[in-house]
Design a binder for this molecule. Structure first.
Ligand SMILES: [Zn+2]
Length: 494
């Protein structure tokens, strides 16, 4: 039995977003707990599809003694404010120093965190943890599928393990893999590792593991993790990050350097061979309206429009209205859109009450260029307190805290409004407002890919729509200045 310190500090940073992640953002709970320190961490994450939860269950099954330090995450946004980063890093490191007899450390990280003045904020955190515990204590980190893995992260960690699904339905499972890896490092000593960055960025919507080429590539990765290879990971990266280490990479670690290097090279070569398959497929709002109106929608099988560029799960504000305006004007029947983050509109709906109608200025609060609110009289169909539990495979077990929510009606469109931004990736977000997604003909969701886990099975068709928003879908359009030489910003088409 070993004594293992556990900590988590997750942020996915869109460096092009002007909105920073502050201390208050890490304190607040959303779908996941806010900053939780010490023993309450166990209850706060229990049963949630999160790496730390999977780690705790598996490490306990392996009979280790767990010392919870702290865990926090904030919604994707611009860089983490320096003050927030230092405060949280200090909290973790002081907790580590104050705990006697630590045999190992587990870190639940995202891997694409940028803080003010720190382009590789995860690598820096790993460096500080390593400097605190010394070379001989195993430090294993689990990483998001969207990690931009740096050589520093690979060098400071004993091992890195990353999700294999997007939608991320295997977060808890990834934590369990981290526990087994740490167990192995404690049993038989350190690993050698190999990291191979790839030389083109992959748009988020082309990274989905429910479709090719990523589905087959991830199967290949899982199958190759055997023999002398303790962990093998393909991280497609988070493209909206203007840092030198942005982009996809293949990482492996194990006992046999040659075996690890060969396995890593094989996966990297497979990704290169599939480059053309990652090209972006986007529809303009007009094209999406046309296709939605021409689609024969079977009952219970809506057409889904993914409003990817305003996906709050990638740094969007969840408040743009262009797609919503087009839907209202289109005359399409049985439309459900959301989830729009607008605390003022939600408050007005609550003050007016269910069944009433109310003048609302909806959305466009964060100043996305060209966006304006919808000023209209909406009918209040349903109200909710924003507290409910995720039921889909991605947000499974998540205890949502979205503040006052409302289902509003304008013309033939129902729109779900919340007081905190959250990616529309779970049907419970609408059912909380008595809206059953399958009863609609068209769903417009503020999500890029995660919605596919819960909504994919009911969709007759999925169109990724290029409506305005801060999460630019095509990395080639981002004004990068810091990418490493030779990195291409979009996949070659042939
Ligand atoms: Zn991710």
């Amino acid at each position: 039995m070993a004594r293992i310190a556990i900590a988590g500090f997750q942020h996915e940073t869109n460096t092009f977003s002007p909105v920073p992640a502050t201390w208050a953002d890490f304190m607040a709970s959303d779908a996941w707990p806010g900053l939780t320190v010490g023993a309450p961490l166990f209850d706060a994450v229990a049963g949630i599809n999160l790496p730390v939860a999977g780690f705790v269950d598996e490490a306990r099954a392996l009979r280790h003694d767990l010392v919870p330090l702290a865990w926090c995450s904030a919604q994707p946004s611009g860089p983490v404010a320096a003050e927030a980063y230092e405060r949280i890093a200090t909290l973790l490191l002081e907790g580590l120093r104050a705990t006697r007899g630590i045999d190992a450390v587990y870190l639940d990280l995202h891997g694409a965190m940028v803080a003010d003045g720190l382009d590789d904020a995860d690598g820096e955190l790993l460096r500080r943890v390593r400097a605190t515990v010394g070379r001989d204590v195993p430090v294993v980190a689990s990483l998001d599928y969207h990690a931009n893995v740096s050589p520093r992260m690979a060098a400071e960690a004993t091992a890195l393990v990353s999700y294999r699904t997007y939608p991320h339905v295997d977060m808890a499972e990834c934590g369990a893999r981290a526990a087994r890896l740490l167990h192995e490092a404690l049993r038989a000593g350190p690993f050698v590792h190999c990291l191979e960055p790839l030389d083109f960025l992959i748009p988020l919507t082309s990274q989905c593991t429910l479709v090719e080429p990523m589905r087959g590539l991830m199967d290949e990765v899982a199958a190759a993790e055997r023999g002398g290879i303790a962990a093998l990971g393909l991280t497609p990266g988070f493209p909206a990050a203007d840092v030198a280490e942005c982009g996809p990479a293949v990482y492996g670690c194990g006992r046999n350097a040659d075996e690890v290097a060969i396995a890593v090279r094989r996966i990297a070569d497979s990704v290169r061979r599939n480059e053309a398959g990652f090209s972006l497929e986007l529809y303009s709002i007009d094209a999406a309206m046309r296709m939605a109106s021409e689609s024969a929608v079977p009952r219970g099988r809506p057409v889904i429009l993914a409003d990817t560029q305003d996906n709050p799960g990638a740094g969007g504000h969840a408040d743009t209205t262009s797609l919503l305006k087009a839907l209202v004007a289109s005359g399409l029947q049985r439309v459900l859109a959301g989830v729009i983050c607008d605390p003022t509109a939600a408050e007005r709906a609550h003050a007016a009450g269910e069944g009433s109608s109310v003048e609302v200025s909806l959305g466009a609060r964060c100043g996305t260029p060209g966006e304006s609110p919808i000023e209209a009289r909406f009918k209040v169909i349903a109200l909710g307190d924003g507290r409910f539990t995720g039921t889909g495979p991605f947000y499974h077990g998540a205890r949502f805290e979205l503040g006052p929510m409302a289902l509003l009606e304008l013309g033939r469109v129902h729109v779900a409004v919340a007081s905190r931004k959250q990616q529309a990736a779970d049907q419970a977000m609408f059912r909380h407002l008595r809206a059953e997604p399958a009863d609609y003909a068209v769903l417009a969701l503020k999500s890029s890919v995660h919605f596919r886990a819960d909504f994919g099975p009911i969709a007759s068709r999925i169109l990724v729509v290029e409506a305005p928003g801060p999460n630019v879908a095509d990395p080639a359009r981002l004004p990068f200045t810091k990418l490493r030489p030779g990195l291409r910003t979009s996949p070659r088409r042939n």
